[in-house]
Design a binder for this molecule. Structure first.
Ligand code: F6R
Length: 608
């Protein structure tokens, strides 16, 4: 992951770089560094730890004067977090300096060759080969040297580069790691993501694979890997700048939990028209929709959990067979594509390396690919045949909440569209679904009002060793996401289980007082789930149940109950997930952890 940023212009670069890195810290936060040209030499400061350590070290950038520079915030892949492994990386002469996001896969071979030529490596990173290779190829022409390096390296990279010989330029290049270029009246910028530069400009160029850019104070020039000049058109970003700030909330996660009614409304409303679901971006006629014989959903993490919900909803509502795969498995399992398969890649960032590779695998087989993506202009959005955007706005907290909710809302719309054209629901059922869908934002709002109740309950479990989340059908999909939310930010071990599967082994882990969160929102499965609750209670579990209003009798079986408003059975995930997100948040808060930046994680996983 890692975040990179660069600036050249009229203003002091260091404060702009530090500010940009703060917006990119979600991408990695084990060390940070900046390099600035001070009018005489390129100076560098880099240090292990959060960005604030670097800010203190440089007095907010004051000790690093100069109007051109590059910066980096790291999520370690090659080499542990340390001052030495932090970026930027210099060559021996301090005449070339590089920041890198991605992985150089053939770095070991390149390193051996460079060492044989006398290059001395100071760090354990793969990145350092880049700076020595640049030195090897540089003969006064930065673009030519960068091109040659790009031809030698395998893997992924977004690079920011400075040459002491060309102090009035910064250079950048990308392949399979995100990179944008911003043009502002006071200078030009590069960054891994939009929030880093939103304060300075809304005019953004998206770099494509194997492109190079050279920025000066006044100019931006693009080249392909053959050195040919490219003409590119900027895109105007229409994000609200406040959306990328905390706006009075203690954490981005809480703010984003509270933004869910809006995220769901913005995803649904524009697509509900004249008693129909209109998804123009699908680019498919009704006949084409009817011809789809199978859907293959591929994603990672929470987006994969959204996909599992999608399977239950699409199969149940529209009677289309759906396969759901983890992208990291899918890409290497030699998938079989039948004619009439529609591939759906779900991704908040649109940059997840495995999901992007799955997209390319599907396209290689000639399959139509639909991206369900949150970040406009991201790689998956650009490479998919069609994109259905989730309108959740920028999501900063590492643990996803609002993007997940928008993803499942998008999947409901898709299922309704398929169901309608394939005639698997009557018009009356369709209209009832539409009205239920429209009520979701308000119902989510109601559930958010439970926050104090959930916080009190969460405070009882701050010292728990492990927990279980169980459910059947869509409730199982909700359990998967509830369990991930809890464990990733609280560091309490937690597992999600299909409620009927627990007794095939895992039930032996239940002991006196173990918290089991039981989801029971699916009416047809309700009696079965109650039996599973009884099974764990008999083994000493304390059960918190989440069920629909009206099931008061559950209080005789479960120890603690949260009721969700009544909705269509296919849509209960959107409501039941809210108390589970709040539960994870308050356990993490109560344990005094860094909610928005949990250890070992990064938001945008652009490496395999
Ligand atoms: C968990 C979380 C991750 C992401 C996963 C996929 O809270 O955020 O599991 O869902 O890394 O990321 P995207 O959706 O950006 O492809």
């Amino acid at each position: 992951m890692c975040g990179i940023v660069g600036y050249i212009g009229e203003n002091q670069a260091a404060p702009i770089l530090l500010d940009g890195l703060a917006k990119l810290e979600y991408r990695g936060y084990d060390s940070a560094g900046i390099a600035i040209y001070d009018g005489n030499e390129i100076r560098m400061e880099k240090v292990m730890g959060r960005l604030k350590v670097l800010e203190e070290l440089t007095h907010g950038g004051e000790t690093m004067p100069g109007c051109a520079g590059i910066g980096h915030t790291r999520w370690a892949t090659h080499g542990c977090p340390s001052d030495t492994n932090a970026h930027p990386h210099f060559n021996k002469e301090h005449s070339i300096v590089v920041v890198h996001n991605g992985i150089i896969e053939n770095y070991a071979k390149l390193k051996r060759k460079l060492e044989a030529k006398g290059y001395e490596f100071l760090s354990e990173t793969d990145t350092e080969v880049l700076v020595h290779l640049l030195t090897e190829y540089y003969d006064g022409d930065p673009i030519a040297a960068i091109e040659r390096v790009m031809r030698r390296v395998e893997g992924s990279y977004a690079l920011g580069i400075m040459f002491l010989d060309h102090p009035h330029h910064i250079y950048a290049a990308r392949k399979d790691s995100p990179l944008i270029v911003g043009a502002s009246p006071v200078g030009n910028l590069i960054a891994s993501d939009v929030p880093a530069i939103l304060r300075y400009t809304r005019n953004v160029y998206y770099m494509e694979n194997e492109e190079i850019v050279c920025l000066s104070k006044e100019n931006i020039r693009f080249f392909n890997i053959d050195g040919d000049k490219l003409e590119k058109t900027p895109t105007t970003i229409d994000w609200d700048i406040d959306a990328a700030e905390k706006g009075g909330y203690e954490h981005f996660m809480l703010k984003e939990i509270y933004e869910q009614p809006k995220a769901v409304r913005d995803t649904i409303s524009p697509r509900l028209k004249n008693n129909d679901v209109v998804i123009e971006e699908l680019g498919m006629t009704d006949d084409e929709l009817r011809a789809v014989r199978k859907i293959s959903i591929v994603a990672c993490g929470s987006a994969y959990h959204a996909g599992i919900t999608g399977k239950y909803v699409l199969e149940g509502m529209a009677r289309i067979p759906v396969e759901v795969d983890l992208a990291s498995e899918f890409r290497y399992r030699n998938p079989i594509y039948e004619e009439g398969t529609l591939a759906i890649i779900i991704s908040q960032s649109g940059e997840t390396a495995d999901s992007l590779a799955a997209l390319r695998e599907a396209k290689k087989h000639g399959v139509r690919v639909l991206g369900i993506v949150n970040v406009v202009g991201s790689s998956i959005a650009r490479e998919a045949d069609n994109v259905m955007y989730t309108w959740a706005g920028p999501e900063i907290s590492v643990a996803t909440t609002k993007a997940y909710s928008a993803q499942i809302a998008a999947l409901y719309l898709l299922a309704m569209k398929f169901a309608k054209v394939r005639g698997t629901v009557s018009q009356e059922e369709f209209l009832k679904m539409q009205s239920d869908l429209e009520q979701l934002p308000e119902q989510i709002e109601t559930l958010l009002g439970m926050k104090e109740k959930i916080q009190r309950f969460a405070n009882r479990y701050l010292a728990a060793d492990h927990m279980f989340f169980i459910g059947r059908g869509i409730d199982y999909a909700i359990s998967l996401e509830g369990s991930l939310k809890l464990k990733e930010i609280s560091y309490i071990h937690s597992e999600a289980y299909a409620a009927g599967e627990l007794k095939h082994g895992t039930i032996s882990l239940i002991e006196d007082g173990t918290l089991v969160v039981a989801l029971a929102t699916q009416e047809n499965l309700y009696p079965k789930t109650i039996s599973n609750i009884v099974e764990v209670k008999t083994r000493g579990a304390f059960v918190m149940a989440v069920t629909n209003f009206g099931h008061k009798e559950i209080e005789k079986t479960a120890d603690y109950v949260i009721y969700i408003p009544k909705t269509n059975q296919f849509f209960t995930n959107s409501l039941a997930i809210i108390p589970l997100q709040l539960f994870g948040y308050y356990v993490s808060l109560g344990r005094g952890l860094d909610v928005d930046k949990p250890r070992n994680l990064a938001k945008s996983v652009t490496v395999e």
